[in-house]
Ligand binder design. Structure first.
Ligand SMILES: *[C@@H]1O[C@H](CO)[C@@H](O)[C@H](O)[C@H]1NC(C)=O
Ligand SMILES: *[C@@H]1O[C@H](CO)[C@@H](O)[C@H](O)[C@H]1NC(C)=O
Ligand SMILES: *[C@@H]1O[C@H](CO)[C@@H](O)[C@H](O)[C@H]1NC(C)=O
Ligand SMILES: *[C@@H]1O[C@H](CO)[C@@H](O)[C@H](O)[C@H]1NC(C)=O
Length: 159
């Protein structure tokens, strides 16, 4: 590849990263939708959905959430992994703390929860018992940045 096109590529991926951070999309699955793929949304290329902050929340911002809910009672199988967009209220500093209280009283226990605010960042894996595990590095923008750094490094070596 020409040096120029490599720099263009680097710039483009940075630009895409920036643009997508303005309006994020999140992996979107739960026990009733793509449940079997939800554990590894990157490997299974689960759909992602563009987020729109809840119109009822003034100055709300979008977050991607990965959560494991344990639900008792009810007729449907609602326990398991939930991934998707959520709205962070401006007066809430920790989404997961807030969400935990929200869920109480619905026969649901939030086993684990991780929130993040970049596109398709809700990739964290869960163990069988619902504990949050290792994030998938390939999905993260950190990985893109590392790749770009490597490219620039290789380029410098050659010149
Ligand atoms: C929403 O944001 C506007 C502009 O930053 C601010 O003036 C207003 O007080 C905010 N409202 C709430 C409820 O946070
Ligand atoms: C909670 O579970 C009980 C039985 O286990 C059930 O009767 C009740 O309707 C459930 N409540 C909700 C909000 O689902
Ligand atoms: C709920 O899910 C578990 C595990 O996937 C399954 O074994 C069970 O049969 C399901 N129960 C219902 C009522 O669908
Ligand atoms: C995203 O999250 C980081 C840290 O969790 C925070 O500093 C930043 O302000 C957030 N950005 C937006 C747009 O909410």
């Amino acid at each position: 590849m020409e040096s120029k096109s490599i720099y263009s590529f680097v710039f483009l991926t940075l630009a895409i990263n920036w643009v997508s951070s303005q309006s994020i999309s999140c992996y979107d699955c739960d026990p009733n939708n793509f449940a079997s793929d939800c554990g590894d949304p990157v490997g299974n290329t689960v759909r992602s959905t563009p987020c729109t902050p809840d119109a009822n929340v003034v100055n709300g911002t979008s977050l991607c959430v990965s959560a494991y809910l344990y639900v008792t009672g009810g007729t449907t199988n609602a326990s398991g992994i939930y991934r998707g967009c959520n709205t962070l209220r401006p007066d809430v500093s920790d989404f997961c703390d807030w969400f935990k209280e929200e869920r109480q009283g619905f026969n649901a226990t939030l086993i684990s929860c991780v929130a993040c605010n970049t596109t398709r960042c809700n990739t964290i894996g869960f163990t069988e018992d619902g504990k949050a595990g290792a994030p998938s590095i390939f999905a993260s923008s950190v990985f893109v940045l590392l790749c770009n750094a490597l490219l620039i490094l290789l380029l410098k070596e050659r010149n």
